[in-house]
Write a protein that binds this ligand. Structure first.
Ligand SMILES: *Cc1c(COP(=O)(O)O)cnc(C)c1O
Length: 437
């Protein structure tokens, strides 16, 4: 096997691909050559996703034109450290405007009082919450990985950096939610400092009030990770975690929220906010890329105006797509007769060779999404599900009536096993048709 210079410890599949790319990019390493190689890669990538792709990947989005215009890359390399009025650097008065607008608008939008918007991802936002409210050796309770519990909740991720023990919350695969009957006794037995709810697959809302009551009994902080559903939360659709009782809300700003890459921590409690803020800066950050805060502020202001309609459309599209997939012969995750109340849909891909294999095939057909674990899967089965998010196609103007066409493309690639390049031509044609409206 040819091994990779970059990561000789990576998996065999990763090493094969890394070595292949390492060989091709090494041809011309002059500055001009590298600039040319980079430009071609970026042009091809953006054409593939932004111009031609049907992007159903749940953890992405497109910026609005106003938000994109407000994102200044040159500002990223001008450090801006500390609060306005006590900055380490001088001459940053103009940026103070962004640094005030972004947290004010974000906090208001998700019904909180204080927003920490400087962390550069939700993973770091979760780590800041762990560091603020748990000490090394403490326990946190999170959703099982097969139920969408994220790497940043689990032992291999951010909790390990804080030296935390992680236990899985009791889960009910039938209701696709926490087993609330078993929750209080479970928390009394494990006494976690933090209870983390919210996941990478969220078809149905949590009973936040029940989780909060159980957390209160053991004095735990209830963290709702809304990374995927933040756009719906902003639209007051699906659920309102802080209003319903979560102490702290974290989320990614680039998924359904539709803003630039970043992470937020929002709470109503000034003491909790103060502790998170001290961990974030100067604990975890020096420069925090103020270049993206303008785009974040514009995104939040836009969601305050039309986020309710956007969120409703995301859910309506997801429900229409789920029904169309069901009608075309796919097996879906469901609770009784319902497929979803969010912008997510989950397909059981076991009959399709598993979620990862199905996602690769769809990628060749110009439809981009990912595998996901499903609560009823076997521990060493791989990712059994295919996860779909409708947030990007909704922003691009796809309507419920277009969902049958997407389901047919997926059926042709995955069930009829048509050559992917033929399906891809029709996927691109569908994008063109919707773009032209
Ligand atoms: C995507 C995701 C994250 C991580 O988000 P980043 O901003 O990419 O770090 C955290 N939590 C959940 C539940 C997620 O799905």
């Amino acid at each position: 096997m040819t091994s990779s210079r970059i990561a000789p410890w990576a998996s065999a599949g990763a090493q094969r691909r890394l070595a292949e790319v390492e060989a091709t990019v090494s041809a011309d390493l002059t500055a001009a050559g590298v600039a040319d190689t980079v430009r071609k890669a970026l042009d091809a990538h953006t054409a593939q996703f932004d111009d031609d792709g049907i992007v159903l990947y749940a953890g992405t989005n497109v910026l609005s034109p106003a938000a994109a215009a407000a994102h200044r890359t040159s500002v990223s390399s001008r450090p801006s450290m500390g609060w306005p009025g006590e900055k380490y650097q001088v001459g940053l008065e103009h940026l103070d405007t962004l640094e005030v607008l972004a947290p004010l608008l974000v906090a208001e939008l998700v019904e909180g009082a204080h927003a920490e918007v400087r962390l550069q991802s939700a993973t770091l936002a979760n780590l800041a919450v762990y560091a603020a409210f748990a000490r090394p050796g403490d326990t946190i309770a999170v959703l099982p990985e097969a139920a969408g519990g994220h790497a940043s909740h689990h032992a291999q991720g951010a909790p390990a950096i804080r030296g935390l023990t992680v236990v899985d919350l009791p889960y009910d695969p039938e209701s696709l939610d926490i087993d609330y009957d078993r929750l209080p006794a479970f928390l009394r037995a494990h006494r976690p400092r933090i209870v983390v709810i919210g996941a990478s697959l969220m078809l149905f809302p949590h009973d936040v009030a029940a989780a909060r009551a159980a957390a209160d009994e053991v004095g735990a902080v209830l963290l709702y990770d809304a990374s995927h559903v933040a756009g719906l939360v902003a639209g007051k659709v699906f659920q309102r975690p802080l209003h319903e009782g979560a102490h702290v809300l974290t989320f990614s700003t680039y998924k359904s929220f539709g803003g630039p890459s970043g992470g937020c921590v929002v709470t109503r409690d000034p003491e909790l906010a103060r502790r998170v803020s001290a961990v974030a800066y100067p604990g975890m950050l020096a420069n925090y890329d103020a270049g993206r805060l303008g785009a974040l502020a514009v995104t939040a202001a836009e969601l305050a105006e039309w986020g309710g309609a956007y969120a409703t459309d995301c859910v309506t599209n997801a429900q229409a797509l789920a029904q169309a997939l069901h009608d075309n012969g796919f097996r879906l995750a469901r609770r009784d007769a319902e497929f979803t109340r969010s912008h997510h849909v989950a397909v059981d891909a076991a009959p399709l060779g598993g979620g990862d294999a199905a996602a690769v095939l769809l990628g060749e057909a110009g439809i981009y999404l990912s595998g996901i674990g499903l609560p009823w899967q076997h521990p060493d089965e791989g990712l059994r599900g295919l996860r779909i998010g409708t947030q990007e196609i909704t922003r691009r103007g796809f309507l419920p009536a277009d969902q049958q066409a997407i389901a047919v493309l997926m059926r042709r690639a995955l069930l009829d096993r048509e050559p992917p390049h033929r399906v891809r031509a029709d996927a691109v044609a569908l994008r063109r048709e919707v773009d032209a409206r």
